[in-house]
Write a protein that binds this ligand. Structure first.
Ligand SMILES: *Cc1c(COP(=O)(O)O)cnc(C)c1O
Length: 415
């Protein structure tokens, strides 16, 4: 935006917004500007109906027959393919299963197995911690495996990749700063060194276009309860490129990944396809909430989504830096649109208290230690006026010093 926007300009943007009508799908409470869809996406009205149907009729009435009659058994693959469309994965490469943490374990272990003779896993020191914890877990099951971390062993991840590296675990969008990586370029560098790439899409699936097949990614994992709005604890997904499926081994060799689960054989024989990356019985009710959420996604044009996301985050940065200047905020997200995911982070000395004061006024973002205020912008249910109103409240919280109220300094278990 070339000049400072006024309210008339903001409302004109909302009127011209092709995604505006999506907002009605969501059950957003009154008085809330929800800037935390990057942590827990909101419920859609369709989810309530779907859960009622799944619980009352399929479970309540049809009972065990529903594994066949309601498609429960095939649902992880069906939903996997639907998510695949959003992340640039052709069919039969993505399955919904387990949690992101568990899928990181499976993907890293499988990737190391495909690179026998190499003993280094590379990851980002500033990564969401569970990624690192799971990498440590994988290393502990493979004696002699080393972890090399960006920000610890070298500044740039590219400088850590050599002929000893088997796999590089990397976040497409950083959970804290919102920095967006060039997936195709980095994957190419990883491959040039003979290593494999595991992409974590937790903050890009449903936030921006992703092209796993085009980037020649090897493995990917991601979350469905953030931008995809699948519901608290909704199962995650894992992508394994077709070219690796015959050789890649799932270290969690459970019966759902067996070639013939209902033959009840004594020994494990993995399925030849993406099914192998399942482990055991899946949480069907959670999966049904995700299924309902994905109906909305089936209609979304990801290019339009990205255009609006960039406009919303750019507007937020511009408004905050203008209207909240002098209050000690420092932008932690990339200023360049092309390098930013769908969130904006600001550092502040009293980030926790300020965020609590904002939440008390209905502007819900979150806090990440030690000093980050994080604001997610989900284009399906947020408009330009929401951004404007959020910044107005933020300015008020700062200028009135409302965040200094001692009740805002009391830390909750989940931040
Ligand atoms: C949200 C998130 C996770 C969550 O993992 P769970 O197993 O679902 O708890 C993992 N990694 C990243 C990068 C995340 O942003």
């Amino acid at each position: 935006m070339s000049h400072f926007p006024d309210l008339a300009a903001i409302d004109a943007l909302d009127r011209a917004d092709p995604l505006r009508r999506m907002r009605d799908r969501f059950a957003m409470p009154e008085g809330v500007i929800y800037l935390d869809g990057n942590s827990l996406g909101p419920a859609s009205h369709a989810v309530f109906h779907e859960l009622e149907q799944a619980a009352r009729h399929e479970w309540g009435h049809d009972l065990i027959r529903s594994w066949n009659t309601a498609g429960w058994f095939e649902m992880p693959l069906e939903l996997g393919d639907r998510i695949g469309r959003l992340v640039g994965a052709g069919p039969s490469q993505t399955v919904v299963a387990d949690t992101t943490s568990v899928n990181i374990f499976k993907a890293l272990h499988a990737a190391m197995g495909l690179r026998a003779g190499r003993n280094v896993i590379v990851a980002e020191g500033g990564s969401f911690p569970t990624d690192l914890y799971m990498a440590e877990g994988v290393a502990s099951t493979r004696p002699g495996t080393e972890l090399r971390l960006e920000g610890v062993d070298a500044e740039a991840i590219e400088d850590l990749i050599d002929e000893r590296v088997g796999v590089v675990l990397v976040n497409h969008v950083d959970y804290k700063s919102g920095r967006l990586r060039d997936m195709a370029a980095l994957t190419q560098k990883i491959h040039a060194a003979g290593a494999l790439a595991v992409w974590d899409l937790c903050h890009s699936a449903g936030a921006l276009p992703v092209d796993l097949d085009g980037a020649k990614a090897d493995f990917a994992v991601g979350c469905t309860y953030k931008y995809l709005n699948g519901g608290p604890g909704a199962p995650a997904f894992i992508y394994v490129a077709t070219r690796h499926q015959a050789a890649a081994q799932n270290p969690l060799s459970g019966w759902w990944g067996h070639a013939r689960p209902f033959a009840f054989e004594q020994h494990y024989a993995g399925h030849v396809g993406i099914r192998r990356f399942q482990c055991g019985t899946q949480p069907i009710l959670s999966m049904r909430a995700l299924k309902a959420a994905l109906v909305t996604w089936d209609e979304v044009d990801m290019a339009a989504l990205r255009a609006k996301s960039v406009a919303l985050t750019g507007l937020f940065i511009e408004l905050v830096e203008t209207r909240c200047a002098g209050f000690g905020l420092a932008l932690e997200s990339p200023r360049d649109d092309a390098e930013r995911g769908s969130q904006v982070s600001f550092a502040h000395e009293n980030a926790y208290e300020v965020m609590q004061a904002l939440i008390a006024r209905g502007v819900i973002g979150d806090f990440r230690a030690p000093s980050t205020m994080r604001f997610g912008f989900a284009p399906l249910y947020l408009g330009y006026r929401d951004v404007w109103n959020a910044v107005e409240i933020m300015q008020d919280v700062f200028s009135a010093g409302a965040w200094q109220d001692p009740r805002f300094a009391v830390k909750a278990a989940v931040t």
